[in-house]
Design a protein around this ligand. Structure first.
Ligand SMILES: Nc1ncnc2c1ncn2[C@@H]1O[C@H](COP(=O)(O)OP(=O)(O)OP(=O)(O)O)[C@@H](O)[C@H]1O
Ligand SMILES: [Mg+2]
Length: 462
């Protein structure tokens, strides 16, 4: 229902025309004609005033006289095209000065009117401009839609687990249910979130993503709920939050596990009441579908009291768990071919069976993203060659998963298990640039297990 609401709101948006002319009587007549034809008319008596109004009111169409004292119409045209090239500018030229009109068109004017012009002539030109804008908008929408479709078909996976995931996506996309996607970094959580949005009734409305881990806790609140001018130092104008930006569409709350505890009740309230209260402002209603994602063990965060249960249950109506790539090695060859195809600039790239096998037996701690980067790198470095074992990144050939048999060499006179464990944890962290999430994935343990070991052995980043 509210999808409808916000769509009407967009099409009913008043069609704004800015009229700049120093001739007061002509301005009044033109203003009246446009106004009576249903346009929202703003007017200015010279170029300077005109530009100020242009910047503040953002009209879609500007009509400007060419010959004006002070700033000329050409200068106005130049500035406008510079600042917002999508604006359509119609110039008014004196009777019989076709050269001036031609010159203005060369400089980017959309159309011209030569004085004197009738009401009909005026309206035809302005209506034509808005018709073009409408077409351009429709084109953009269609292109977006097309991109969405391409996106959805661009998710590959033949493993049973991924086929199950795709099934769930197909079934939940057309509903309004909240979805919580879990999975290690790089497993495709965002891609799934987008697929859910695109496969549903809200696909023509915005998909807005916010990464709760990337924004400092102090800013997150205003980022989510918005603020009004003056709500805090630096709030120089009203700003809609992500909830409002996503109105009618889908809000993707990424890394939800990092949402500060004190913000959680507020988010819960919005989800329950579908109303947001911008900082310093009055509450307004929103209609968003929520898809959330986390690469953390959120149940552990629940136990530890870092995540509220009520919010968790609200978000986790439909859980989707994305398995790490090492648990679906059968997807690797397909993904490799998919990325080879995506990154190639010339003829199709061949790859040997041995190389594919090498890639499939690697553990991929960074999951699909890491695989994608590895393939892109090979395409760049060795284009024109048939890819084989020697082209694979070194870590893959000598990685832990391909060194079958002895992974750890023990000294002849033995060693304490704790020392070995500590050493392994340090090495995993070093190998992953001290990124705990990746190091945990590397050791195939939940992140909290790694953190527990780091505390136990007092391991700190140097
Ligand atoms: N099944 C898939 N098919 C094709 N490409 C994929 C697939 N899964 C992931 N990718 C690609 O891998 C990259 C990482 O995916 P995405 O950003 O969705 O992961 P993520 O789980 O959100 O990662 P992070 O937790 O780091 O944010 C993207 O470039 C995406 O296009
Ligand atoms: Mg992501």
């Amino acid at each position: 229902m509210s999808v409808e609401r916000s769509r009407t709101r967009k099409t009913n948006r008043s069609r704004k025309v800015l009229l700049i002319d120093d001739d007061a009587s002509l301005r009044r007549v033109t203003e009246y004609s446009l106004h009576s034809a249903g346009f929202n008319v703003l007017s200015a008596a010279d170029g300077k005033q005109g530009l100020a109004s242009f910047r503040m009111d953002c009209p879609e169409v500007v009509i400007t006289d060419i010959q004006m004292p002070g700033m000329s119409g050409y200068e106005v045209l130049r500035q406008i095209k510079n600042e917002r090239p999508e604006t359509l500018v119609i110039v008014i030229t004196a009777h019989s000065s076709v050269e001036k009109a031609v010159e203005a068109m060369k400089q980017g004017a959309h159309d011209y009117l030569s004085k004197p012009f009738s009401r009909d002539e005026l309206l035809i030109v302005v209506e034509k401009a808005f018709a073009l804008l409408g077409l351009q908008q429709e084109n953009r929408r269609l292109r977006d839609e097309l991109e969405h479709q391409v996106d959805f078909s661009h998710m590959v996976g033949i493993s049973d687990v991924m086929q199950d995931v795709f099934d769930v996506v197909r079934r939940v996309a057309p509903t309004e249910a909240s979805v919580l996607i879990t999975g290690e970094s790089g497993t495709g959580k965002e891609l799934i979130a987008r697929a859910i949005h695109q496969g549903g009734a809200r696909s023509k409305e915005p998909f807005v993503a916010i990464n709760c881990a990337a924004i400092p806790a102090t800013l997150l609140e205003s980022e989510l709920f918005g603020h009004v001018r003056g709500a805090f130092t630096g709030a120089v104008r009203d700003r809609a939050g992500k909830f409002e930006q996503a109105d009618g569409g889908t809000l993707f709350l990424d890394e939800i596990g990092e949402m500060p505890l004190e913000l959680q009740p507020k988010v819960l309230r919005v989800l329950q009441e579908m109303e947001v209260e911008p900082l310093g402002g009055l509450s307004r209603s929103v209609n968003v579908r929520i898809v959330a994602a986390t690469n953390q063990d959120i149940e552990f965060a629940l136990e530890e009291g870092r995540f509220r249960e009520d919010l968790y249950y609200r978000l986790n109506v439909i859980p989707i768990e994305l398995p790490p790539l090492r648990k679906r090695a059968e997807d690797v060859p397909l993904l490799v071919r998919h990325f080879l195809e995506r990154f190639r600039t010339a003829a199709p790239i061949e790859i040997s069976a041995a190389a594919l096998e090498g890639l499939a037996s690697y553990s991929w701690p960074g999951n699909v993203r890491e695989l994608q980067n590895a393939v892109q790198r090979m395409v760049v470095l060795y284009h024109g060659e048939k890819l084989d074992l020697q082209h694979l990144p070194k870590k893959i050939i000598s990685g832990p998963s391909s060194s079958r048999g002895q992974i750890v060499k023990l000294p002849a006179d033995g060693y304490s298990l704790e020392t070995i464990e500590k050493e392994v944890v340090v090495q995993a962290l070093e190998h992953n640039d001290w990124n705990q999430t990746r190091a945990a994935a590397f050791l195939q343990v939940p992140r909290h297990t790694l953190i527990y070991r780091m505390e136990k052995y007092d391991i700190k980043k140097p």
